[in-house]
Design a protein around this ligand. Structure first.
Ligand code: 5GP
Length: 135
């Protein structure tokens, strides 16, 4: 059965897309630790990131960097945290989390930021514009 992230890539489940190319897809995490918290995934469905073939693995992190640069242009933050974590969704994914430098910000037990649909959409659109202008 296709992972929930494969269904997102196929458009069967909606997402707030921030970037895409033929091999990779980036979208806002629906339960964000911070505004702009983004997930970056390979379109190829592989559970464990270290099982990705060499080209996909290297391409994923090139894409992560491009997406990260776009997020940093839009979301005021000290740095972006980059995390591969979690066993919930069996589809390799990289979290990009804007950090303010206040400590303990990459704790997945922290309360999540509540955003309206309009806020999610606005953030996604702005990051997407920054991404599209850069690449
Ligand atoms: P992990 O496997 O990294 O623990 O968790 C998966 C991440 O994906 C979580 O941060 C969760 O909020 C996010 N997530 C799970 N299902 C969906 C979904 O349907 N849409 C979006 N945008 N994010 C999801």
């Amino acid at each position: 059965m296709a992972s929930i992230f494969s269904k997102i890539i196929q458009g069967d489940i909606p997402s707030y897309r921030v970037a895409e190319n033929e091999s990779f897809y980036a979208f806002l995490d629906i339960n964000p630790l911070a505004k702009g918290h983004t997930l970056v995934i390979p379109k190829k469905e592989v559970d464990y990131i270290f099982d990705l073939d060499e080209d996909t693995y290297n391409g994923l992190f090139q894409f992560v960097k491009q997406v990260g640069n776009a997020i940093e242009k839009i979301i005021p933050c000290k740095r972006l945290g980059m995390v591969v974590y979690g066993l919930d969704v069996p589809h390799a994914h990289v979290h990009l989390i804007p950090l303010q430098g206040v400590g303990n910000e990459v704790n997945f037990s922290n309360p999540k930021v509540e955003l309206s649909q309009e806020e999610f959409q606005q953030i996604a659109d702005r990051i997407k514009s920054a991404f599209d202008n850069k690449v």
